[in-house]
Design a binder for this molecule. Structure first.
Ligand code: AMP
Length: 281
């Protein structure tokens, strides 16, 4: 496995491979890798000749007072995980942006609600870094997790709107044995918080069951699901349509429930597909 730190060296290598006809796959991450991340690598691996994984904790997507400085890091463990997953190139830049970097990429509409409402600069940071990474790696296919459901929708929109010739694949959300969505941020939780974190995935699973059982009134569903959350603060709990992410009043087709909640100083997100009985017919 190659380990590359210089952005332009990475670009030169990827461009040369493309000219030779190699198909490039790409999984961008912020490191502290877990099975959620490696599941994306497994999805990408058979779809490309050369698999690039990036690890970069992108300051642009953290707001003031967020956890940029304490974000967990484990470069040696990450390197070993990438080796095991059959990654060809691990890109770990120290400086990703060139001096004087002043371009921002912003997707409107889709970024207004949910995480965008409580983290107003977050998605602009995400689309800006992903656009630069795409310019460096020039991937044919890039894989993102449904764990960050809104992010996946925003990236798909950016790629469509900017006519980037890249296939975007979404990978399923991977959970721990107790149902908690795997996240690098779970490392922040103490034992009690970790136990209470289960209430998030359980409330979402309850919603999925209730919708499968025929409940269609969103206000009723959300009130009952909220009562199941044992967290310090709910950032949001919403039911939206799966493409435009607009809040629904009634469920008449496939939908998505998304939640963000705080346990102490840790903000966790999770989501689940909602499929009413009518959608099975
Ligand atoms: P991050 O390192 O948190 O920026 O995540 C990098 C990529 O891994 C993103 O596409 C995430 O959606 C994805 N990811 C993180 N956690 C999970 C998970 N539990 N299941 C599936 N994908 C995940």
């Amino acid at each position: 496995m190659q380990v590359v730190t210089d952005p332009l060296a990475l670009q030169a290598d990827c461009l040369a491979r493309r000219r030779r006809g190699e198909r490039i796959g790409f999984v961008p991450t912020m490191g502290y890798l877990h099975r959620g991340h490696t599941s994306l690598m497994e999805l990408a691996r058979p779809r490309c000749d050369h698999l690039v994984v990036s690890i970069y904790v992108n300051p642009l997507q953290f707001g003031a007072g967020e956890d940029l400085d304490r974000y967990p890091r484990d470069p040696e463990g990450d390197r070993a995980a990438c080796e095991r997953a059959g990654v060809d190139c691990l890109f770990m830049p120290t400086d990703l942006y060139p001096p004087g970097h002043s371009t921002r990429v912003r997707v409107e509409g889709l970024t207004a609600g949910l995480c965008g409402a409580s983290r107003p600069t977050h998605f602009e940071g995400v689309t800006t870094v992903v656009a630069r990474l795409f310019g460096l790696v020039q991937p044919d296919v890039a894989v993102f997790g449904e764990k960050d459901y809104q992010q996946l929708a925003v990236i798909r929109r950016m790629v469509r709107d900017l006519a980037m010739p890249i296939e975007i694949l979404g990978g399923p959300l991977i959970r721990d044995d107790d149902g908690v969505a795997l996240s690098s941020r779970n490392a922040y939780l103490d034992e009690d918080q970790r136990r209470r974190a289960r209430s998030i995935s359980r409330a979402l699973a309850w919603l999925a069951d209730a919708v499968a059982g025929g409940e269609v009134d969103v206000a009723t569903l959300l009130a009952r699901a909220r009562a199941r959350l044992d967290v310090d603060r709910i950032d949001y709990l919403e039911i939206v349509d799966p493409d435009e992410l607009q809040p629904l009043a009634r469920i008449s087709g496939p939908a998505r429930a998304l939640a963000a909640a705080w346990l102490g100083r840790t903000r966790l997100i999770d989501n689940v597909a909602l499929v009413p009985p009518s959608a099975h017919r």
